[in-house]
Structures are given as structure tokens and as C-alpha cells.
Design a binder for this molecule. Sequence first.
Ligand code: AMP
Ligand code: ZN
Ligand code: ZN
Length: 413
Amino acid sequence: MRNSKINTRRLFVLFLFLGICLGQPAHPPNAPAQQDKPYVLLISLDGFRYDYAERDHATNLLALGHGGVTAKALIPSFPTTTFPNHYTIVTGLYPAHHGIVDNSFWDPARQAEFKISNSAATTDGSWWGGTPLWVLAEQQGMRAASFFWPGSDADIQHTRPTYFYKYDAKIPNERRVAQVIEWLKLPKPERPHFITLYFSDVDHEGHTFGPDSPQTRDAVRAVDAVLGKLFGEVRALGVPLDIFVVSDHGMAAVTGDVDISKLADLNGVETTPNSTDFKFYSSDPKRIDRLYAELHGRDPRIEVYRRSQIPERLHYSDNQRIGDLVALATEPVVLHLASRPGQTQPKGMHGYDVARMPEMRGIFFAAGPDLKAGLTVEEFQNIHIYPLIAHILGLTVPSGIDGQFSVLAPILR
Ligand code: AMP
Ligand code: ZN
Ligand code: ZN
């Protein structure tokens, strides 16, 4: 008797210890009320431009759209980079409102830098605002899973998906797909209702060789083949699954570069150099005035704005992390600081204002039991996906999001 009590306690302590090691509390099974809800798989093909599927005959992707819904394009939010847009798609918030305002930025209040190559920052939930779909699901008694998505390995509101992996670009796509299939085979109490899946290949080749290169075309076809296998296996399971395939942004062919350090004196100003927008931070308004005067009208390939004067269409003002001053590329050029020894210039880039560069637009294909079949819709903003998926899963949406359910309601069956 005494022994078994000790064993139970030991087991409990071990369980707690494991939970703490994994950085999160144990997840209960799906609540009974959630077990008959639909399943949603949200797939991102990083950097997959709106015109690639037709251009390169991505037959599996096109077929998914024919059997479901195809949008002419998906309009990314500004800046058209990976972290801000992935997180907009899963929060329904513009980057200024969810706080991941770029792949790299400075936070003047925290006096700290966020950048995607620093996993200590990317996995720290306190950087991430809003309530991503996996947190929304977990909070409402529904299990979620992620084989990658920016933010999914962070403890946002002290919650991670029940099943997730720390980001590792080297994990082969086939393994990611096999794991998703395994999740969908779990018994109902354990089976995740919301799953994300991410592939970076098309973005990678687009940067290295350019959007119009044979390498990018091959990456499009390779990813499409992986999707074909996934769609076939999913169908065989007979799970009521709605599949969404989206991208975060497109890709433009690079025409040149601008060395910002040659245009102005940057001493004494905090700077975060993203390739398409530079952010400058200083608590001294006079210092910002001087920098503005130096940069304004200096080179036709950049435009410089004080944060409060950034064009309204970009929804890019309401956050200190954006900087006190920003320099934005107006053409597909790469911005940088001083000489870049050993660095080769990318042939493709994104991050630009979609109003200036339609090549920044991405994709939206979706099919499943809750969606109409054979429907093509006009392009729409990526903020609207969140309320649609929350509706399908029967989850209550937090107030104050930027996306509107009414925009995509017509694609529901
Ligand atoms: P970008 O610089 O905007 O083209 O970002 C694309 C890069 O982001 C890819 O090369 C990915 O390896 C990286 N990436 C994508 N998802 C994550 C993630 N969850 N954590 C860290 N890095 C990521
Ligand atoms: Zn991306
Ligand atoms: Zn990229």
C-alpha cells in the first residue's frame, strides 16, 4: 500500500518534471464537446508566389483548388516577410498589432532585439501578441499540433500546441508529412483538430536563384509532389479534414542594392537592417530629425518615413518596435550596411509593399467538407483567414482582431 503510494507520487513527479522540461503543462485530451468538431490542416509554402502553381503546373495544388476554393491571390500584410505574415495568418492581426513587426526588430521598451536566427527570442512567448489558432484551440479544450509555424515553438500565453517541434529546417519534408498522417490516425481524444505544416524550399530557391529560375520551378514541383502524396494519404483516412494551402508572400527578381551607410551618418542610432526596410530607433527626436533630413530624397530607390507618417494602407504605425524612422525600398533592391565581405547578393527578395510590387502576392487554395467545391474568388487580405478557421472549428474568437469573418464566409458550404 505504502509502496504503491510512493510509486504514484514518483510517477507524478516524473510527469511534472517531463512537463517542465518540455516547458509546458500536460495537455488534457480533447473535451467531449470538441471531439466531433471538424479537423483543419493549414499548410504554408514559404515564398510561393501567386502565379507559380499555373506557371509550373503544380497539378496537385491546382487539383485541390478545383475540388474546393482557389483565390486569385492572397494579399500579404506589410512587411511581406516570413515571421510577420505567418503570424498574421494565425492571429487575424496586422503585424503592428500582433507585435512581430518584422523578421528582425528592436524593442525600445525591453531594450532587446528580436531576430529569427536567435531561437532564445523566437521561442520566448512574451514577444508574441494576439492569440494564435493553436492557443485558441488549446484554451477551449481542443488539441492542436504543429510541424512548424513561426511562433508554434514559443510559450505564447504559456501555451504551446499539444504536439510541436522546435524549428529545424533540416527535417525532411517527407518526415513532416508522415507525422501529420500519424497525428490524424490518433484516437479521437488525442487527435489534434488544428494542425500546421510548413515547407521552406520554394522561398529558399527563390532567394538563391531568383523567382524565374529552373531551380525555383523544380522546388515548386517537388513541394507539389509531396503535397500530392499527403492529399492521397489523408483521403484514405476518411477524417473530415479541411485543407488550406497558403503562402506568406511571393518573390521579386532583385535589380540592385543600396548601401544605406553611404547615404547617412548612423552613429548613435539603433538600427535593424532587414533587406527591404531599415528601422531606426532613437529616444532623441533631434537625432531622428537629422537622420530624416539626410535620407529624405537621397536615393529614388528608397523612401523614408517617420513612423506616424507611414502610408495608412500599410497598417504599420501602431507599434514602437517599427522604429522612429523607417527607410523602405521602393524597387526590388536589397538594402544593406557597408561592404558585405563574402556575402553573395540574393537573386530574389520579398518584403516590399504589395501596392508597388504585385509579385509580393501569395496563394490560397482550400478544400474539404466545409468548403464549396469548384469556386474561384478574388484576391483578399491574409488577416481574414483566422476568423474563418476559428468558425470551422467552432472556436470563440477574441475581440478586436483585424480580420473579418464576412469576407470569407461565402466560401463555406
Ligand atoms: P525570410 O528571411 O523572410 O525569407 O525567412 C525565411 C526563413 O525563415 C526560412 O529560411 C526558414 O528557415 C526560416 N523559418 C521559417 N520558420 C521558422 C521558425 N518557425 N523558426 C525559425 N526560423 C524559421
Ligand atoms: Zn517567407
Ligand atoms: Zn524569404
